[in-house]
Write a new protein. Structure first.
Length: 311
């Protein structure tokens, strides 16, 4: 049995425009790292957190990583195990890219590895959802499932939990721009309407079905025309400066789609190649600068593997 392990877990794009709380995919960068060591004294402790600007708690009952690890140890009948955790935040908090999810998934993958992997990645998802529940008040899986499983994921049902990995065109590339403004996930969820018109629901169902069909058939044109949201995006877009101008810029420069990553404020596009993704990132960042807003850009294919061991 290993005594220590270093794990990287990837950022994710959740919702994927029309798939609120049911669709998500993983990207290669950014992501978070966890170094975990077994210790002789029982209990889960956090010894180091870096990259968070002092925002994350060391209290193991209040940190998503330690909380989910303790739930895992209780579940496998090993509450006596002692663990110390070092968390390295390599991605921005509050970016809409699954920051809490990446940390939690890295921690769970690490402890499962140290325990000789008694659970599959799929079986780890409910423990990661516990961390999401603490982070944003609701234990959704559209970030943690792709972060754990890699690739593109559909959450068909929450009760009971039913998660399906979807195929996708390998040439799809993703560009992401994170404007450095604050959009807390809890606040972004609270502004969503609790009631919607049936005609809007019908449009949304059609788009989600079209997107899933496009992924299965690897029809990029069908994917592009299905990525429209008439329910959540019209509300959340008001939290992002010049959202519709940003969309116009992206679409004029080769984007297949444009939308909000998770609850925002990051925005993302799909493109057919890396060059288009790079150009779109440059154009969007230039516009954010014009708005006196600093931003960070990433570009990546869809990450197929999820968490990896670095050492």
């Amino acid at each position: 049995m290993k005594r220590s392990v270093n794990v990287f877990a990837p950022a994710t794009v959740a919702n994927v425009v029309c798939g609120y709380d049911v669709l998500g995919f993983a990207v290669n960068a950014p992501g978070d790292e966890v170094i975990m060591r077994l210790r002789d004294e029982p209990g889960v402790i956090i010894t180091k957190i870096s990259g968070d600007e002092g925002r994350l708690p060391y209290d193991p009952a209040k940190n998503t990583v330690s909380l989910s690890v303790q739930h895992y140890l209780n579940h496998i009948g090993r509450p006596d195990v002692g663990v110390e955790i070092e968390l390295f935040k390599k991605m921005p908090i509050g970016s809409g890219l699954g920051s809490s999810s990446a940390s939690t998934v890295a921690g769970l993958f690490a402890i499962n590895t140290l325990m000789d992997s008694p659970l599959s990645k799929m079986e780890l998802v409910p423990f990661a959802m516990k961390g999401e529940e603490m982070a944003c008040g609701y234990g959704h899986a559209d970030n943690v499932a792709p972060a754990l499983l890699g690739g593109f994921v559909l959450v068909r049902s929450y009760e009971p939990l039913d998660i399906i990995k979807l195929p996708y065109p390998e040439e799809l590339f993703c560009s992401i721009v994170f404007p450095q403004i604050d959009v807390p996930t809890r606040d972004a969820r609270q502004i969503i309407r609790s009631k919607i018109l049936l005609k809007d629901a019908v449009v949304q169902w059609g788009n989600v079905a079209g997107l899933v069909a496009g992924l299965y058939t690897k029809d990029i044109d069908l994917i592009a025309r299905s990525m429209k949201d008439v329910i959540v995006e019209p509300v959340r877009s008001i939290l992002i400066p010049d959202f519709y101008k940003l969309r116009e810029i992206a679409m004029e420069n080769g984007a297949l789609s444009f939308g909000i990553s998770g609850s925002g404020p990051s925005v993302f596009t799909f493109t057919r190649n890396e060059d288009d993704a790079r150009i779109i990132n440059e154009k969007l960042q230039k516009h954010f600068l014009w708005l006196d807003t600093e931003s960070i850009a990433y570009r990546s294919p869809i990450n197929a593997q999820g968490p990896i061991i670095l050492d």
